[in-house]
Write a protein that binds this ligand. Structure first.
Ligand code: FAD
Ligand code: 2HG
Ligand code: ZN
Length: 492
């Protein structure tokens, strides 16, 4: 059959349907009832719905079984059985992914890692953490904070996403500008291949040039070639001095000037440079019913964070920066956080954008790498297009689009173009796609900067990768997963 949500996709008839015998096997393997959310038998312990629907409530599958293994060995036994019986599976972490990759398309079995949540070891000399894939990012970071270290990734979904999910999506987040990508920070991966083979590459070495670096395929692999069960990650020392500034600017040209100044004046202590357009901030204020940090309205706002080891020196540096950019009229208004609460308040104006944009119902999300000089032009072009098509109005409720906004990781040339809608609407989708992807491809950008492809961008891989690259990806997929049971129907 085809799915209501994915009319263009047919269920692969080679995959078996789940039977009571299969369920009995999993019950005997996992033992306690809490290891299994089961819509098949009558003794279900938990509602299955949250595992079938994604964070945006845009993608929905029809799994009748969720398995929650507790050990790598159990994952291996589950996959051996699934592979032998042609049962398709979807690896799932915190289910906060934004491209529909973490939920089933049809009746694939969900394998959720939440019970694999142990910190295995931490060495405070090298800063290397080894942990189960199902540890929640915030839990890992709190554990490290008590040991004066930090996880080298932070993002708005930290309270729910899992470090295995972060690695599987190669999440970028708010401080990539300072700490780099997980491709550099993840030192080792333990994973289970679709046939049940345990791949033990849980290296704790920062340098290891012995042959191909196979773990890199799992970083950003989006659960298509195996299930990550453990990771080893290099964690930086936690900074004792953290400062945050939030400021307003009159044009995108000035945003670029401010970015250049920040790199020059704050250099080694700069840990985030985030961009929020005026419309995104208005929405945060409107949805939360709270004032913004600055009285003056502006088309652009930026948030800068510095992290260092000397409070007086760092605060002075950020103060000087703000004074300089204001006196040279690059920045029109600005505020410096005075304490931890204010730091949290300023960050929440940035981190809260995705949630506030969902207020009216649906959001079309585009996560793009674009040359920095042209980054915001796409938002202007998209707004023009939606206006011209008569699809957008903040007040007229008969029109589908409420607003189109741009924000993101300026320091990484990564724009988040979000179109907030009152309902998902084919006309809106047609106005946006492939327009956005063509616009980005013309500038040699990427149609997936940090969220991955999942099912949402399945048909658009060709805008950022050439045929040879896609062919090689397919060959890798076939090599690791010859029966195709691992996260099927998604991008590869
Ligand atoms: P899931 O959503 O459960 O899964 C994501 C993908 O990884 C799926 O394809 C799934 O099959 C696969 N997967 C999950 N666990 C495993 C595993 N153990 N082994 C193999 N495959 C697995 N992303 C950014 O890059 N930067 C951001 O700043 C950012 N901010 C966000 C803010 C919010 C509010 C939200 C909701 C999301 C945000 N994201 C961001 C999206 C981001 O990809 C996820 O939050 C996170 O990395 C996914 O982790 P998860 O555990 O929820 O994975
Ligand atoms: C962020 O940077 C996330 O806030 C989410 O990557 C972006 O929702 C989005 O489009
Ligand atoms: Zn982001």
């Amino acid at each position: 059959y085809t799915s209501d949500f994915y009319p263009g996709i047919k269920r692969n008839p080679n995959f078996a349907r789940l039977t009571p015998e299969h369920v009995s096997f999993f019950k005997s393997l996992l033992g306690s009832a809490s290891g299994l959310v089961d819509g098949v038998s009558t003794d279900a312990t938990e509602d299955i719905e949250p595992y079938n629907v994604d964070w945006m409530r845009k993608y929905r599958g029809r799994a009748t079984l969720v398995l929650k293994p507790e050990s790598t060995e159990q994952v291996s036994r589950i996959l051996t059985y699934c592979n032998n019986n042609m049962l398709a599976v979807v690896p799932q972490g915190g289910n906060t992914g934004l491209v529909g990759g973490s939920v089933p398309v049809f009746d694939e079995i969900v394998i959720n890692l939440q019970r694999m949540n142990k910190i295995r070891s931490f060495d405070d000399v090298s800063g290397i953490l080894v942990a189960d894939a199902g540890v929640v990012l915030e839990v890992a970071d709190n554990y490290l904070a008590e040991r004066n270290h930090m996880f080298p990734l932070d993002l708005g979904a930290k309270g729910s996403c899992q470090i295995g999910g972060n690695v599987a999506t190669n999440a970028g987040g708010l401080r990539l500008i300072r700490y780099g990508s997980l491709h550099g920070n993840v030192l080792g991966v333990e994973a289970v291949l679709p046939d049940g083979t345990i791949l033990d590459d849980l290296s704790k070495l920062r340098k290891n040039n012995t042959g191909y670096d196979i773990k890199q395929l799992f970083i950003g692999g989006e659960g298509t070639i195996g299930i990550i069960t453990g990771i080893s990650v290099f964690c930086p020392q936690r900074s004792t001095a953290v400062n945050v500034a939030y400021f307003a600017l009159d044009s995108y040209k000035k945003v670029q000037e401010a970015f250049k100044e920040a790199k020059t004046q704050l250099s080694e202590i700069l840990s985030a440079f985030e961009l929020m357009d005026g419309n995104s901030q208005k929405i945060v204020s409107q949805v939360r019913g709270r004032k913004l940090p600055l009285e003056s309205e502006a088309p652009f706002y930026c948030l800068i964070e510095t992290s260092g080891s000397n409070t007086d020196h760092d605060s002075q540096k950020l103060e000087n920066f703000l004074e300089n950019v204001m006196s040279s009229e690059i920045v029109s208004d600005g505020v410096l956080a005075q304490d931890q609460t204010q730091i949290g308040d300023l960050w929440s104006c940035r981190e809260g954008i995705p949630e506030c944009l969902g207020h009216w119902g649906g959001v079309y999300k585009y996560d793009l790498s674009i040359p920095i000089t042209e980054l915001y032009d796409l938002v202007t072009a998209t707004r023009g297009r939606l206006d011209a098509a008569g699809l957008m109005s903040a007040s007229d409720k008969s029109l589908p689009v409420v607003d189109a906004v741009g924000y993101g990781h300026m320091g990484d040339s990564n724009l988040h173009l979000n179109v907030a809608t009152r309902r998902y609407d084919k006309k809106v989708e047609e106005a946006l796609e492939p327009f956005v992807y063509e616009w980005v491809a013309e500038r040699d950008g990427s149609v997936s900067a940090e969220h991955g492809l999942g099912i949402a961008k399945k048909d658009y891989i060709g805008y950022s990768r050439n045929e040879t690259m896609v062919k090689l990806m397919k060959q890798i997929k076939d090599l690791y997963d010859p029966k195709g049971i691992m996260n099927p129907y998604k991008y590869i």
